[in-house]
Structures are given as structure tokens and as C-alpha cells.
Write a protein that binds this ligand. Structure first.
Ligand SMILES: Cc1cc2nc3c(=O)[nH]c(=O)nc-3n(C[C@H](O)[C@H](O)[C@H](O)COP(=O)(O)O)c2cc1C
Length: 317
């Protein structure tokens, strides 16, 4: 039996999985600021079973990520079993998380992600299969409050009854996508209804909000997604209430993030860093000029130079 590295004695601070953002370079930068848990981007069980090179690359973690959770999506008991057997051969993974929240048509159309909320017995069987097959220390599930209607209590009870060790909930339905008001009362009801730890997620972006959500819901932790994009230092702020992060530190972190992207993706890292440049430069003087400029650069060191100059000398607008 593996040692359980994630303790819920104090509230845990988790970086949410965000496909296209929370890759190894970003997670390793975030980790420095005190995230208790980082989760891979969603991996398709099918892709794992087919030995997809891209998926295996996405599985890699930074040495700092300890514990590390890998999130998988699936709609089939047979395939999820095979996918977990493959993950069993990889060391350094502590948790396997099942995605039951993704709203995008491509995923929902395959019967995975938030689709599973429409078939709770199937969701339960998939969770149980992961739990029974996995050699990792924990199994977790990430859900929404429902698909169209909220059936969050039923969902929570099924997750618990199927053997999951903890649950993360994004406080919206599938129909609510990423915009509807987050229903923190419903999250509190889920927490009350079950005895495994529950992590609250949705629109948490400050110390005050995190504190309020923890108190209001009674949850065992908070999970932060979009609030960390362009601000990997948010975990330090969430824990300490410290608002100010110096531009010198920001500059250092942004350069480290860029360098890690190049190490991980090679040349392609340049194009992939554009979206991060856009979010990092928000609020800086000359941000739109910088965005136009970097959109045209594909040379690794030229891009680095422009980035370095901008953030070294950057002032807020
Ligand atoms: C661009 C993007 C990608 C996402 N990718 C995933 C994913 O791969 N797996 C998942 O469970 N949720 C995914 N989510 C949902 C987030 O994990 C999170 O539940 C949601 O954004 C609400 O939290 P936030 O308000 O802190 O961002 C994604 C959200 C966004 C905006």
C-alpha cells in the first residue's frame, strides 16, 4: 500500500486541470507558490490505450509535483480499466482522477466528461473500476452540480458509494458552462451529504474569496483554475493574504516559465507561450503592442529577448 501524501487535516489548495494551460511547465511554476496538489490536463483513456505519443508526453510531471494527480476521461468500463493498467506502470502518480465535468461537445458526444452525470450508475461503475484496478494511493472524481438540472446530492452520494477517496466540485451545471453564478450553497449541501473530503471549485480568485468559500461550504479545500492563469503566484496570495507580488519576482517567474516551455516543447513552445504572454501582460503599459509583436516572432531567443526586456522594465498602466 502506498503512503497517502494528501492529508486533509488543513484545507488543501489545488490547481485545477485546465486543458491547454496546466501543462508541466505551468504546474511546476505554480507549485513553487504552495499549491498542495497539481493535476495533469485531461487525458483521454482511449489515447492512453492507443499509446498516443502526445498523451504520454502530457503525462510527465515535474519533480516538484508530489503528490501528483492524473486526470482521465472515459465512458467505458473496459477502456478505463486498460487505461489504469497503463498508468499503473508509471511511477510518480499518486492519484487518478475521473473527469465528470467537461462540457465541450467533442467530449460529451463521446459519452465522457459531464455526460457521465446523466448516467450515474455508469459513472459509479467507472469510478469503482478505477479504484479496483489502480495501484495508486487515491482515486478522486471531479464533477459539476448536474448536467441540465442540479442533482448534486445524488452525484455526491454515488461518488462516495463507488469508492472515491475525495471529490472536487465545480459549482455549476454543464448548461451553466463557465459563466452561470457558482452555487456555493449546493457545494455546501454536497459536503454535508457525504463523509469523504470535498474540494470546492469555481470563480475563486482571491484570499478573501477562498476564505469565504471554505467557511461557507465547510469544504476541505479549494481548487483554482482561471485565477492562476497569468498569475501562478496566486497560491501564495491565497494562503497569506499578501496582495503585492513585486514586478521583479513576476519577471523572474515569467522567464522561468518561458524557459521551461522551451525545454518541454522545443520550438513549438514559442507559439504556445503567446497565450501566456497575453495573460501575463494584462495591466502592463504597452501590453497590446507586446502582444502584436510576439504574435510575429517564432525564433526562440528573439522571443525571449523581447519578453525579458518588456517584463524587466515593465510598469503597470
Ligand atoms: C481552458 C479551460 C480548460 C479546462 N480543462 C479542464 C480539464 O482538462 N479537466 C477538468 O476537469 N476541468 C477543466 N476545466 C474546468 C476547470 O478545471 C474548472 O473547473 C473551471 O474553470 C472553474 O474553476 P475556475 O473558476 O477556478 O477556473 C477547464 C476550464 C477551462 C477554462
Amino acid at each position: 500500500m502506498m503512503i497517502n501524501k494528501l492529508s486533509f487535516e488543513k484545507p488543501v489548495y489545488v490547481l485545477a486541470p485546465l486543458a491547454g494551460f496546466t501543462d508541466l511547465p505551468f504546474r511546476s511554476v505554480v507549485k513553487k507558490f504552495g499549491a498542495d496538489l497539481t493535476v495533469s490536463e485531461m487525458l483521454s483513456s482511449n489515447a492512453l490505450v492507443h499509446n498516443s505519443k502526445k498523451t504520454l508526453h502530457m503525462l510527465q510531471k515535474s519533480a516538484l509535483e508530489d503528490p501528483y494527480s492524473v486526470q482521465i476521461a472515459s465512458s467505458s468500463i473496459e477502456i478505463v480499466k486498460e487505461a489504469v493498467e497503463i498508468l499503473n506502470t508509471h511511477d510518480g502518480i499518486d492519484i487518478i482522477d475521473l473527469n465528470c465535468g467537461c462540457p465541450v461537445p467533442k467530449v460529451v458526444g463521446h459519452g465522457s466528461g459531464s455526460s457521465l452525470l446523466l448516467d450515474l450508475p455508469l459513472m459509479g461503475s467507472i469510478i469503482q473500476t478505477i479504484k479496483d484496478t489502480s495501484n495508486k494511493s487515491m482515486t478522486s472524481v471531479k464533477v459539476r452540480l448536474g448536467f441540465e438540472k442540479k442533482n448534486h446530492i445524488e452525484i455526491a452520494k454515488m461518488v462516495e458509494a463507488s469508492g472515491a477517496d475525495f471529490l472536487a466540485v465545480h459549482g455549476r451545471t454543464r448548461v451553466g458552462k463557465f459563466k452561470a453564478d457558482v452555487d456555493y450553497d449546493a457545494i455546501a449541501e454536497m459536503k454535508k451529504a457525504i463523509s469523504i473530503p470535498v474540494i470546492a471549485n469555481g470563480d475563486i480568485d482571491s484570499y478573501k474569496k477562498a476564505k469565504w468559500v471554505l467557511e461557507h461550504t465547510g469544504c476541505d479545500g479549494v481548487m483554482i483554475g482561471r485565477g492562476a492563469v497569468g498569475a501562478p503566484w496566486i497560491f501564495h496570495q491565497l494562503r497569506t493574504g499578501e496582495e503585492n507580488i513585486s514586478n521583479i519576482l513576476k519577471h523572474e517567474i515569467i522567464m522561468e516559465h518561458y524557459d521551461k516551455m522551451i525545454t518541454f516543447y522545443g520550438q513549438h513552445g514559442v507559439a504556445m507561450f503567446r497565450k501566456h504572454t497575453h495573460t501575463y501582460s494584462k495591466g502592463y503599459r504597452g501590453a497590446s503592442k507586446l502582444r502584436d509583436e510576439v504574435n510575429r516572432i517564432s525564433d526562440i531567443s528573439e522571443y525571449r529577448g523581447v519578453l525579458d526586456d518588456f517584463f524587466k522594465n515593465g510598469t503597470l498602466a
